[in-house]
Design a protein. Structure first.
Length: 178
């Protein structure tokens, strides 16, 4: 079973989170998908608007083996399988056009083997502790809103100045308020 922490981060908050990630030995940011079998390591988060900018994977070489990928025919690309690999999904929360959309950190702690779905995989205790450290950094750096999401300082200033914090934004312009 997986676990997540939901948050609102403005660009300034996200930069501080990435600085925190880079301060940890062994932590890497991986592209969500790749054209080759080997996951692509990123020095920086992708620029908003570029393909795959909104979701990346976090990996810690001091905790877990390097993740493998599987080919997704319908997308004609390779993807990391979060159910069998020890990776953390980082859905970004960068603001745009008067609102900041909610982001999240998510990890699956009890997955299954892609080649045999009857075989369950328990993620390591070190991986669980690493997720808790990342979530703890967010919790210590943020306040909570009325629904329990974490609001980072720059996102809170944005909201105090009239910006909107939304749970989701859709292509047609519809938003779900936070």
């Amino acid at each position: 079973m997986g676990t997540q922490i939901n948050f609102y981060m403005a660009s300034e908050d996200e930069l501080k989170f990435v600085e925190y990630l880079h301060s940890q030995d062994g932590v890497r940011i991986l592209k969500d998908w790749t054209e080759s079998m080997k996951p692509t390591e990123l020095e920086h988060l992708p620029e908003p608007g570029t393909p795959g900018w909104f979701q990346v994977w976090l990996y810690n070489s001091n905790v877990s083996p390097f993740p493998t990928t599987h080919f997704v025919d319908k997308q004609s690309r390779y993807c990391i399988d979060p159910f069998s690999q020890e990776v953390i999904e980082f859905d970004r929360s960068v603001g745009r056009e008067g609102f900041v959309e909610r982001g999240r950190l998510w990890a699956e702690f009890s997955g299954w083997d892609r080649s045999d779905p009857h075989v369950t995989i328990q993620k390591s205790d070190d991986f669980r502790r690493w997720f808790k450290r990342l979530a703890g950094w967010i919790k210590r750096s943020a306040s909570r809103n009325d629904v329990g999401d974490y609001v980072m300082p720059a996102a809170a200033r944005f909201a105090a100045e009239g910006g909107r914090l939304v749970q989701a934004a859709f292509a047609d312009g519809t938003t779900v308020e936070g």
